[in-house]
Design a protein around this ligand. Structure first.
Ligand code: 6PG
Length: 471
């Protein structure tokens, strides 16, 4: 049989979709899955007339590939990826390309790059965003690792990616874990925006007494304006979904405890390690954690008093304010994310091109949004832009919407409705734009109890004060 162009290991939903996508671009694909049953089911149900064949051992899989072999791993991140790599490496030859399309932790990708290199195998850590439909019709693809490997597989990856206003939403971002790091921060921003949309829903639902369909109408209108994005679009569609069992909106029947697979948490952990301020991403992670403490929250509700969760204001005015709040929160969250990428690139020598990152996020991925078009242009105009918010049109948007944003956050706090993504986004901008923060007092406190010293605004050097007489 003619050797196959590419092999995919792992036939869960993302793997299957990716296989079909790759084949649809004119490549032959060999697939392998740990459980034979899943392979058979996939071959029987989805591959008729397609250049897709199955292998039932990894040896057979590797042997059926054209050289240099191109192997795409679409298995669960973590131990299953390591176990697979351990089995694959002895079967591969120097110059073959091994790709990991899972949501791997960037430190694992660094390590795996080194292990593969030891075998002469060219390794790529690839962030794939867009969910099942994206993987099938065109995801955003964030590659990192061996540049030589990208030279071999880049054309395949670029052919299967979504097409945005500036071309294929696939790029090589830099060495070792650059691609997975970019994908992780993508997910961090995803967390922050999803949380902001949930807060907007809560304020409309509990705060203004609006029903799901009315809230969906608001999201639909936002999707026609600056907030046009995939996440706003799906939120509208979710709110319109009826539940046949209760004959009401399905969203109201879903248990309010959020799950997470870890990418948002990793993004925050890395931000802390880097000293990069990404508070809205962290706030969104903590919001999910608090939501998961359902039993605690149920116990606490009658015990801890608070105001009536109503926004005593005109509905249309409140909805206008909400638009400003979500828009500013999104801009703040993207700004934080890009700033984190900038810090990580410096610290980890990724050499990231932030204009390319924004360009790749324009289509296919979960955080694709109209806002990414001016973001891309802002970084194309100024590659060393230190803070997205400072560039146009974001500075003007901020100016136009900040008053409404502040009012909304204040009203939410008055009503006792939590808005962690929004308020952290506002605090971030307020701190960033304040030339003198109260950290002078903080330094004094540190010096008081720990002789940690401080610097002065009027003299060079390091100072310590004997704040009290030792008794
Ligand atoms: C994407 C998504 C995808 C996945 C998240 C969900 O870009 O396609 O981000 O990677 O849906 O991993 O993450 P949580 O389970 O942590 O919400």
């Amino acid at each position: 049989m003619k050797p196959m162009d590419i092999g995919v290991v792992g036939l869960a939903v993302m793997g299957q979709s990716l296989v079909l996508n790759i084949e649809s671009r004119g490549y032959s694909v060999v697939v392998y899955n740990r459980t034979t049953k899943r392979t058979e089911a996939f071959i029987d149900s989805r591959t008729a007339g397609k250049r897709i064949t199955a292998a039932y051992s990894l040896e057979e899989f590797v042997q059926s590939l054209d050289k240099p072999r191109r192997v795409f791993m679409m298995v669960r991140a973590g131990d299953p990826t390591d176990a697979l790599i351990e089995r694959l490496l002895p079967l591969l030859e120097p110059g073959d390309v091994l790709m990991d399309g899972g949501n791997a932790h960037y430190e694992n990708t660094d390590r795996r790059c080194r292990v593969a290199e030891g075998h002469g195998v060219l390794y790529l850590g690839i962030g794939v965003s867009g969910g099942e439909i994206g993987a099938l019709l065109g995801p955003a693809i964030m590659a990192g690792g061996s540049e030589e490997a990208y030279g071999i597989v880049g054309s395949i990856l670029e052919s299967i990616a979504a097409v945005g206003p500036q071309g294929s939403c696939c790029a090589y971002f830099g060495p070792h874990s650059a691609g997975h790091y970019v994908k992780m921060v993508h997910n961090g921003i995803e967390y922050a925006i999803m949380q902001a949309l949930c807060e907007a829903y809560d304020l409309m639902h509990r705060g203004l007494g609006m029903v799901a369909d009315e809230i969906a109408d608001v999201f639909a209108a936002w999707n026609e304006a600056e907030l046009e994005s995939y996440l706003v679009e799906i939120t509208e569609r979710i709110l319109r979904q009826n539940d046949p069992d209760s004959d009401g909106p399905l969203v109201e029947m879903i248990l309010d405890t959020a799950a997470q697979k870890g990418t948002g948490k990793w993004s925050s952990q890395s931000a802390l390690d880097l000293g990069a301020p990404s508070p809205s991403i962290a706030a969104a992670v903590f919001a999910r954690i608090i939501s998961s403490m359902k039993a605690d929250r149920v116990r606490a509700e009658p015990l801890l008093s608070g105001p009536c969760p109503k926004l005593a204001m005109d509905r249309a005015d409140a909805v206008d304010m909400l638009f400003s709040a979500v828009l500013c929160t999104a801009i703040s969250a993207y700004s934080q994310g890009f700033r984190q990428l900038r810090s990580a690139s410096k610290e980890r020598n990724y050499g990231l091109d932030l204009a390319e990152v924004a360009r790749v996020w324009m289509a296919g991925c979960i955080i694709r949004a109209r806002l990414l078009v001016p973001m891309t242009k802002a970084f194309q105009r100024q590659s060393d832009l230190s803070m997205l918010l400072l560039a146009e049109p974001f500075r003007s948007l901020w100016e136009e919407h900040q008053t409404q944003f502040r009012r909304l956050v204040a009203r939410a706090h008055e009503a006792g409705i939590p808005v962690p993504a929004m308020s952290s986004a506002l605090d971030f901008v307020d701190a960033y734009r304040t030339s003198r923060l109260p950290a002078n007092l903080l330094q004094a406190q540190r010096d008081f109890f720990g002789a940690h010293t401080y610097q002065r605004i009027d003299q060079d050097g390091t100072f310590h004060t004997e704040w009290e007489q030792v008794r």
